[in-house]
Design a protein around this ligand. Sequence first.
Ligand code: NAP
Length: 289
Amino acid sequence: MAAKIIDGKAVAQQMQEEFKSEVRQLQEKEGITPGLTVVLVGEDPASQVYVKNKGLACQKVGIQSFEHRLPADTPEDELLKLVDRLNGDDRTHGILVQLPLPKHINEAKILNAIRPDKDVDGFHPVNVGKLMIGEADFLPCTPAGIQELLIRSGTQIEGADVVVVGRSNIVGKPIAMILCQKASGANATVTITHTRTRNMAEHTRRADILIVAAGRPKAITADMVKSGVTVIDVGVNRLPDKKLCGDVDFDGVKEVASAITPVPGGVGPMTITMLLKNTIKAARLLHKK
Ligand code: NAP
């Protein structure tokens, strides 16, 4: 029997409806309008699309959105000064510096300059550390979206054998850390794999939940998964014919899995949604200070 399709677009829409009323209540009862400022340096076309979509998503739920578009040759110092200004700006509860940055700018230096309590991307070392010890204020958006998809699709996470393919700081490592926490929606037994893993298929075939963030089209094929697995495909790859595809051979794997996310329309829409969630949370936390 073919797998159930986990519809990330529908879950994202449902969550954004929930945020709309949450933002309205925040405004009416506490006079707070959450605000997100996005900084884009340079003219990378993909980044321009992401920034535009973030602005539109904010508008949709009632979050104020601000944008700073800077030329590609902006000196690092100038960007640091802008971050510093935004750190002190009362209307800005969340700051997001769109990555990648031009090569002459040290990304880590910029991310570390953002106030941890406005770091809605969850990339500041303070927030990475808080996640590690189970006290996160802001979970990084893509892994948080994956957890939410698993929960809302009714997947049994507690006690499950989860195998993660990929160990990046933005997806692989944080999703592994989130799902092994001693907490509801977690408590899984997690294995992280990567290009130096021996016998990859031996690991992937054990998975009750397989999360693939490798950035390689068809890295996972039907013979590498067990019957009934839930598959979360994080990959976004552009094929020569311009079509998007994930890291999983969707057509083959869906015949074996019990549930699977499509690409596009799976994890992608959840990433922006979790950014909205973090921004609303940042607004609440900052107003309590
Ligand atoms: P990344 O930084 O390039 O990391 C890829 C990871 O996968 C690395 O750890 C690499 O291992 C591992 N890997 C690559 N090929 C592999 C293979 N054949 N077998 C096992 N492991 C393999 O990528 P990323 O930033 O995590 O992103 C991964 C994918 O997710 C990309 O397609 C990206 O576009 C997509 N993505 C989507 C969203 C979204 O919102 N939907 C958000 C973020 C990323 P090594 O460490 O050994 O090199």
